[in-house]
Design a protein around this ligand. Sequence first.
Ligand code: 7PJ
Length: 272
Amino acid sequence: MLSILEDIKRTGSWAVMGILNVTPDSFSDGGRYDRCDAAVEHALSMQAAGARIIDIGGESTRPGAEPVTVQHELKRVVPVIEALRRQSDIAISIDSMKPEVMQAAIDAGADMVNDVNALQAQGAVEVCARAGVPVCLMHKQGTPQTMQDDPQYRDVVEEVAVFLQQAADRCIEGGIAADRIMVDPGFGFGKTLENNLSLLKGTDRLCRLPYPVLVGVSRKSMFGMLLGREVDDRMVASVTAAVIAYQKGARLFRVHDVAETCDALKVCAAVS
Ligand code: 7PJ
């Protein structure tokens, strides 16, 4: 994982992170072995399609989603991380807000931590500092339960940039090396459609921070609002937004449609 970040900083290369949700609503019912098997199979297919990182999450952070306990989250993610680690050397990211889950995931073979809460939970910075893993710090306003109720900003791009810089400062003070930090504006996390579009347009401002920028726009509701399309019909919009973010300096892309995004980014890189 560290070499991916070094390449991005040294050569301006890019990387796609494939999304692997192991939440119950993402998988059909069945035995744990089946679900774990299916999850690993999907991860390997995303690797074959060009993903260099697999982001494994066991708690839905979609608007209105209910929180899950540490035990539940661990039961969902740890077997999948262990099984994927046995079958592949791909970089594994744990998508969690909980330090206990981060630690268990790292012990099971995860290489980085992706936290939509920017390591603000008590003990989260310590876990990541001690393990020496790269971290992705994301901005959100409010909690997943309430964040879409009435988001408010004076200048969304500036406020997100300041938040991310302060989050990074806090991590560095806590012992995380600066070269292990990525930042993410958090599309859809306490943002209106207008806020999301401002952030996409302002990605170049965020890329002036001294950290690689990761964007997650894949299939998000901003495209539902803009286009009136259902979640399974937002691939072209998602890839287009990834291309725009790339042109403005983003280099890490958290996506569902790995092959299509990789094609688009290869074209971008060939002319940049
Ligand atoms: C993001 C995420 C994102 C990062 C989710 C969804 C919601 N992590 N986890 N950035 N989104 N870093 O995929 O629709 O945008 S969950």
